[in-house]
Design a protein around this ligand. Structure first.
Ligand code: ADP
Length: 253
């Protein structure tokens, strides 16, 4: 069952065509990686899906609705179903871990109760449950700036999970992490994908990581899709086509 579909999607900045005729779909429960070199359009694509960036034309059908046609109120509601994980975590560093996780509930609240930090008991219980799942229970009351990068990213995942999302968009989730922390994060993403059935769309720089963790891979270069298929069928020459030969070889090594 399709949860997300992009049809004839274009994004033009002033003098750059960042996305050109993008067509793909993602099935419920899949983990799909988007790979490609810097500047390929990965981040633009991901951000068009929740309209952090406005696409120029085309359609993005999420959960049966064309996201690009939603008004402000409808978009706010739709966004509660889409979690987002960022390369630089986007946490409020001076606040505690548990407060940052609870921020994931803000989309469900009126502005006033959000500003006042009013959360129900059920929300707090859920937040602690999610922290435990991510191995962060003993850090709940620490300020986020006391955490390592890998721990911060786990808080980012927790904040996305408390939204009860149908889809999680991950924009270079491991690009700022050392290899062992990166593996921990990818293992957690795979875990929430497999065990909780949450669909994940993940921007990745590293081909080897995409090959290991994805159900399907979309390769883009210069805003165009070069490959869409299962990891096993992604040929080395296609990787070279996506990255330009030298870089592809280096990343695979
Ligand atoms: P990636 O995430 O694959 O590194 P991006 O989506 O960030 O790629 O960028 C795709 C292209 O769009 C690049 O050529 C980039 O320079 C351009 N671009 C991205 N954001 C903007 C912007 N705000 N204004 C103008 N051009 C942009």
């Amino acid at each position: 069952m399709t949860v997300l579909e992009c049809k004839n999607l274009y994004k033009e900045y002033k003098d750059t065509i960042a996305l050109s005729n993008i067509n793909f779909s993602v099935n419920r429960g899949e983990l799909v990686s988007i790979i490609g070199p810097s500047g390929a359009g990965k981040s633009t694509l991901l951000r068009c899906i929740n309209r952090m960036i406005e696409a120029t034309s085309g359609q993005i059908i999420f959960d049966g609705v064309n996201v690009l046609e939603l008004n402000k109120t409808e978009l706010r509601k739709q966004r509660t179903k889409i979690g987002m994980i960022f390369q630089h975590y986007n946490l409020v560093n001076r606040l505690s871990v548990i407060e940052n996780v609870l921020h994931g509930r803000l989309g469900y609240k009126s502005t006033l109760s959000g500003v006042l930090g009013r959360y129900s008991e059920a929300e707090k219980v859920q937040a602690f449950g999610i922290l435990a799942r991510l191995g962060l229970q003993e850090h709940a009351y620490k300020r986020c700036d006391e955490l390592s990068g890998g721990q911060k990213q786990r808080v980012g995942i927790a904040r996305a999970l408390i939204q009860d999302p149908k889809l999680v968009l991950c924009d270079e989730p491991i690009a700022s992490l050392d290899p062992s922390s990166a593996k921990v994060i990818m293992d957690y993403l795979k875990d929430i994908n497999r065990d909780m059935g949450i669909t994940c769309l993940v921007n990745l720089h590293q081909v080897d990581v995409a090959l290991r963790y994805s159900d399907r891979i979309i390769g883009i270069r210069g805003g165009r899709i070069i490959y869409a298929g299962v990891p096993a069928e992604l040929k080395e020459e296609t990787i070279h086509e996506i990255y330009g030969s030298k870089q592809g070889e280096l990343i695979i090594d």
